[in-house]
Design a binder for this molecule. Structure first.
Ligand code: C2E
Ligand code: MG
Ligand code: MG
Ligand code: MG
Length: 273
C-alpha cells in the first residue's frame, strides 16, 4: 500500500517537473523574441534616500518584463534564464539605455543599475557602458553599477578589467546584497568598490535583535574606515531607521520610504522632494 502511494507521489512529482520544464521552455522562447524588439521591458525606479529619510539622493533601476499574456514578470523569474542563454548582455543594454534616458531628467541624482557577473565578464561590458553614456549624454559620475558580492568574489580577469575600466571612466561600483556572500573582510579591503549595499536580511532584524545591530555596526565601521559609502536595503519599519541612523549608515532604501515605481511617478516624487 505504502509503495503504491509512493509511486503515485513520484508520478505527480514527475508531472509537476514536466510542467515546470515546459513553462521554462516557453519563457525562454518568449524572452528571445521579446529581446529582439525590446519594448516589453519596463524599468521601475526605487528612490534611495539620505539618512534623514527625506532627501532623495538616487534611484535604483529594477527591470520588469511586461509579458503580453502572462502580465508582469519579476526579474528573479527571467534574469536567471537570460543569464543561461547569454541574452542578459542584450537585456543589460536595454535597461541601461532606458534608465539613462529617464534619469537624465533627475538632476544630480545617482542612477544605480544592476549588472550580473555574466555581463561584467563579457569583454565588451565597459565599452558598452561608455557608448551608452555617450549616446544618451548621461554623465558617468552619476552612474553606479551594482554587482552582487558573490559575483565579485568569483571574479575573473575580464570582470576585474571591466570594473577597473568603469571606475577609470568615473562610474561607481556598489557591492549589492552585501553580507550574504561570505566574503572575508581581508578580501573586501582589496576590492575596488565605492559602496556596500547591506542586504535586507541584516536590516530585517534591526530593532529586535542586538546581534543584528552589532553585525551592522561592524560593517558600517569597516566601510567608513575604507572610505566606502553604505546603503541599507529593504527597510520596512520606522524603528530600523532609528538604529541605522545611530550606526552611521549613509543611505536608505525600502518599502517604508518608497517602492519601485514607473519613471513618471518617480519624476513627480523627485520634483516634490
Ligand atoms: P536587488 O538589486 O538587490 O534589488 C532589491 C530588490 O528588493 C528589488 O526586487 C526591490 O523591489 C526589493 N525591495 C526593495 N525594498 C524592499 C523592501 O522594503 N521590502 C522587500 N520585501 N523588498 C524590497 P526586484 O525588483 O524584484 O529585483 C530582484 C533582483 O533582480 C534585484 O535585487 C537584482 O539582483 C535583480 N535585477 C533587477 N533588475 C535587474 C537588471 O536590470 N539587471 C540585472 N542583472 N539584475 C536585475
Ligand atoms: Mg541592486
Ligand atoms: Mg540587493
Ligand atoms: Mg537581490
Amino acid at each position: 500500500h505504502a509503495k503504491a502511494a509512493g509511486k503515485g507521489r513520484y508520478a505527480i512529482f514527475g508531472e509537476h517537473m514536466e510542467a515546470l520544464l515546459q513553462e521554462r521552455r516557453l519563457l525562454e522562447t518568449d524572452l528571445r523574441s521579446a529581446l529582439n524588439v525590446g519594448d516589453q521591458f519596463l524599468v521601475l525606479y526605487q528612490p534611495v534616500f539620505a539618512i534623514d529619510g527625506v532627501t532623495i539622493v538616487g534611484v535604483e533601476a529594477l527591470v520588469r518584463w511586461r509579458h503580453p499574456e502572462k502580465g508582469m514578470i519579476a526579474p528573479d523569474r527571467f534574469i536567471p534564464i537570460a543569464e543561461e542563454t547569454g541574452e542578459i548582455t542584450r537585456l543589460g543594454e536595454i535597461v541601461l539605455e532606458q534608465a539613462c534616458l529617464a534619469a537624465l531628467l533627475w538632476d544630480g541624482l545617482v542612477l544605480s543599475v544592476n549588472a550580473s557577473a555574466i555581463e561584467l565578464s563579457g569583454p565588451e561590458y565597459a565599452s558598452m557602458v561608455q557608448q551608452t553614456l555617450k549616446r544618451t549624454c548621461f554623465p558617468a559620475e552619476r552612474l553606479e553599477i551594482e554587482l552582487t558580492e558573490t559575483a565579485l568574489m568569483k571574479s575573473d580577469d575580464a570582470l576585474m578589467t571591466n570594473v577597473n575600466a568603469l571606475r577609470a571612466m568615473g562610474v561607481r561600483i556598489a557591492l549589492d546584497d552585501f553580507g550574504i556572500g561570505y566574503s572575508s573582510l581581508a578580501r573586501l579591503q582589496k576590492l575596488p568598490v565605492d559602496r556596500l549595499k547591506i542586504d535586507k536580511l541584516f536590516v530585517d532584524d534591526l530593532g529586535a535583535d542586538s546581534a543584528a545591530e552589532e553585525f551592522l555596526a561592524t560593517i558600517i565601521k569597516l566601510a567608513r574606515s575604507k572610505g566606502l559609502s553604505t546603503t541599507a536595503e529593504g527597510m520596512e519599519r520606522a524603528e530600523q531607521l532609528d538604529v541605522l541612523r545611530r550606526l552611521g549608515c549613509d543611505c536608505l532604501q525600502g518599502y517604508l520610504l518608497g517602492k519601485p515605481m514607473p519613471a513618471d511617478a518617480i519624476g513627480q516624487l523627485i520634483s516634490d522632494n
